[in-house]
Design a protein around this ligand. Structure first.
Ligand SMILES: Nc1nc2c(ncn2[C@@H]2O[C@H](COP(=O)(O)OP(=O)(O)OP(=O)(O)O)[C@@H](O)[C@H]2O)c(=O)[nH]1
Ligand SMILES: [Mg+2]
Length: 342
């Protein structure tokens, strides 16, 4: 028999968002702000920082300032240790606030003190719970690492911790954004944040719209959990040639990738009413072939009422070999501007 109380409990459960995005430090909080501007219905956003000014100017409703006593709201100036002490003091509160969610995206730019310390700290403390943490790291431009030893040490320490912990890490290399180098710098970061927006929205779409071809929440969580080092592709492509679409998409990842036999891929296609099963089959077959037959492949689709010749593809490509993230720190891009003649 169903009681009134049961129904109220079900309604409360159904109304609780499954996904949260949490910005850690300056770059992470800016990314969350951009996600909010683009709109992420059904997702709760948090900003966690040691910098009070940045938090005050943020439009994120749930804001947490750490380390007030030692840092007095002025940021850590690259000091991971002081941030870790502050995080330890606030651990219970942080975990209590994030535990109600099924999937928590933790976003941080590596190199400073706040994001670089909090990202592995929170990943570790959420891992033992029902909540799946999805660490998303922005790897700094090579020039930042070459000119600042402290920054480089922070990045390496964080990568070491994440590798030691194992599990899912989504890595996006700023160096790969150079193809947008004619844009103003803040716009370049906004392009990357729009990619993140697409990843979060596609995952929410898969969870919240079970009527489309989709995976359920527990399958999705177990898929993500086993994806290891991953990166992201987002793009709009013509559907007439699915194999070409996949070729082009894989050349636009935000990390140079070396697929491994234990690969995993999560693929989401958002298209018009003319998106056929045949096209979907060809896209998936091309991905399998190009990624060396990944052991795990999950996919979802969203089909809009009107026909459209273009699909929006969002893919999380996982199971990359772990050196890829470290390689990204040293791989210099080819200069795009010729040196002037002497
Ligand atoms: N401001 C900003 N920085 C970014 C962004 N993406 C990557 N970064 C890089 O992120 C790294 C970390 O910078 P912050 O996020 O400002 O550092 P923090 O985590 O706040 O750490 P502290 O200020 O040292 O306490 C730097 O190398 C930035 O260049 C972005 O979208 N905005
Ligand atoms: Mg900061």
């Amino acid at each position: 028999m169903t009681t009134g109380t049961d129904v109220e409990e079900w309604a409360a459960l159904a109304a609780t968002p499954s996904v949260a995005v949490v910005g850690l430090g300056g770059a992470g909080c800016e990314a969350v702000q951009d996600l909010l501007t683009l709109g992420i219905p059904g997702v709760q956003a948090f900003a966690v920082n040691t910098d009070a000014k940045q938090l005050l100017s943020s439009g994120v409703e749930r804001r947490i300032l750490l380390g007030q006593r030692e840092l007095r709201g002025r940021g850590s100036a690259g000091d991971r240790q002081v941030v870790l002490r502050a995080a330890e003091d606030a651990r219970e509160e942080l975990v209590r606030r994030l535990r109600p969610f099924e999937i928590v995206f933790l976003l941080a730019g590596l190199g400073g003190g706040t994001g670089s310390a909090l990202l592995p700290f929170l990943s570790r403390h959420l891992r033992g719970t029902q909540t799946l943490p999805v660490p998303v790291v922005f790897l700094p431009f090579c020039v930042e690492l070459e000119t600042n030893v402290g920054r480089r040490e922070n990045v390496e320490a964080t990568i070491d911790e994440l590798e030691e912990m194992g599990g899912l890490v989504v890595a996006l290399a700023n160096e790969k954004l150079r193809r947008f180098s004619t844009l103003p710098i803040h716009r370049v970061f906004q392009v990357r944040n729009a990619y993140l927006h697409s990843m979060v929205s596609s995952l929410v779409d898969m969870i919240e719209n079970p009527s489309q071809i989709s995976v359920d929440l527990s399958t999705l969580k177990s898929h993500l959990r086993s994806s290891g080092l991953s990166t992201l592709i987002v793009g709009e492509y013509h559907i007439s040639e699915p194999e070409r679409l996949v070729h082009q998409a894989l050349s636009e990842t935000l990390l140079d990738y070396h697929p491994s036999p234990k690969g995993a891929a999560l693929i989401h296609l958002d298209g018009g009413s003319n998106l056929t099963l045949q096209t979907l089959d060809r896209v998936l077959a091309a991905f399998r072939q190009r990624l060396g037959d990944p052991q795990q492949l999950a996919f979802g689709t969203r089909v809009r009422p009107d026909p459209c010749e273009v699909v929006r593809l969002t893919a999380v490509i996982g199971g990359l070999r772990s050196r890829t993230m470290r390689d990204a720190l040293t791989s210099r891009p080819r200069p795009t501007v010729p040196m002037p003649a002497r």
